[in-house]
Design a protein around this ligand. Sequence first.
Ligand code: NOJ
Ligand code: CA
Length: 600
Amino acid sequence: MNLYRAALALIVAPSLLLAVSYAQTATPPQPSAHNAIVNGYQSQWWKEAVVYQVYPRSFKDSNGDGIGDLPGITSKLDYLQKLGVKVIWLSPHFDSPNADNGYDIRDYRKVMTEFGTMADFDALLAGIKQRHMRLIIDLVVNHSSDEHKWFVESRSSKDSPYRDYYIWRPGKPNTASPTGFDPPNNYPSFFSGSAWQYDSGTKEYYLHYFAVKQPDLNWDNPKVRAEVFDLMKFWLDKGVDGFRMDVIPLISKRAGLPDLTPEELKNVGNAYANGPHMHEYLQEMNRNVMAKYDVMTVGEALGISLQQTPSIVDDRRHELNMIFNFDAIRINREGRQWKSWTLPEFKAIYAEHASKLDVHSWDTVFLSNHDNPRLVSSFGDDSPAFRVASAKLLATMLLSLRGTPFIYQGDELGMTNYPFKAIGDFDDIEVKNAYKADVLTGKVSEQAYLANLRHMSRDNARTPMQWDGSSNGGFTTASKAWLAVNPNYKEINAKEELADPDSVYNYYRRMIALRDHTPALIYGDYKDLDPQNKAIFAYTRVLGPEKSLVILNLSSDPVSFSLSRGLKARAIVISNLPTAEKDLSNLKLRAWEARVYKLE
Ligand code: NOJ
Ligand code: CA
């Protein structure tokens, strides 16, 4: 089954793009620090901030149990402040049995025991605010854990007041099946097998798009929506600054839950997203919650195409501020299979974003997170000769393209994919379930499965942060971390990089500072200067008289490049390799060289 595929196929009816105007019953949003219009865009703090994602399990262990925790993050806030990031996105920190590393929540108002206490959370938040940074947390409300008290109640009886908090259906009678039933329809789970789980207590099935232990909440029940809005307010009233919303386009299910067609089964993400009430529920959430606070929201937009993006993020619709669109990050895969890609295809994605999203629809830029392999291993060249240069080039690109940039922990050090050798090296439920479904049934050879996972397993990004050259990279004092530390921690670690002015970390710092001080890199127009070039990515960001030119050689070979448009460089503002070249009609770029010029 092709799961998690980038949503490319759906074309939305133009009428959907027209803003539906919903009555604003709530208090108007508090104004942000400044409300200027810049190049047509309403300026906002979350458009100007660089966001850094922390995966708490793997960031820093403070108590020697091998698992990262909240006091560990607090101990590293100076490191993050020094880097210059203004917003931290914390992956789930809530009470969870960890079937999917916290994306299965048992209690939305409690901190995961391994991560610490609510007092630890409050201390973390206070430390972030003290340093003039902000915190967004993960809102995982398409599903909960099966150990959440709502589900425990829900499964206890068909008459439970919580029964309709989840999606229960009778099976299709089949005397040949061990339970006497087949699942209610042909929906597959993203984590292999059917999306339906039979429950012998009440002899019905419940829906779970992800793991069996992640039952989907029933958003059509107004009580569920009220519960979600309440828990959001609980955290906002503590002072958090917004949410990253997990698989939010999946919350509204199709009426009657009909079987998917064979075509739809090729990309279930698209089929599950964009249900009939999705916009209605997001607008209701906005009226009830977001409109009352100065927050930032970013939806993980599985199944949302670029064409559909304005229907969620257009600021006149009052839904979400931004979404993650997966077109760029998934360019290197077909379903779960790694595939090659070309630079012109990659650049076309950014050009299309610039042309389809107008001043009302703000974009995001990201090429890594906890669900994807390491940035430098996927989009750069992680061989010893080019790792540092290519990691810096990627920093230049992420921090100068259109949209709010998201950096994933460790990418600022140029951390790489892990050299996985055997299935036992993995932790991820997606990997383990697919191993059972595909390898143990003989559909895929073990060798091919592992070779592919080395490129694209989520565990590549989940290995612990490499803080120094001591045992386990300084992540933990335990003899063993919950997931093995990459053996390259002696060469790649924060301590070395902080001390080295030429490190990837210090390059990120400079590049973040440059973006902060260059409004053209935030609000400027974007133009790709050579879309067909197979090695060079060259673009301008222009805001009135302020013009930045970015030139990147995304190849491991030297390339000559000439810009014959009368463009004149005034100065080189940053480069990842020393250079003084200013004649734009005759440039010699070394492998993975990146430069930003100020133009006349
Ligand atoms: C997306 C999250 O990013 C991923 O880690 C998780 O497994 C699924 N949603 C289910 O919550
Ligand atoms: Ca710990």
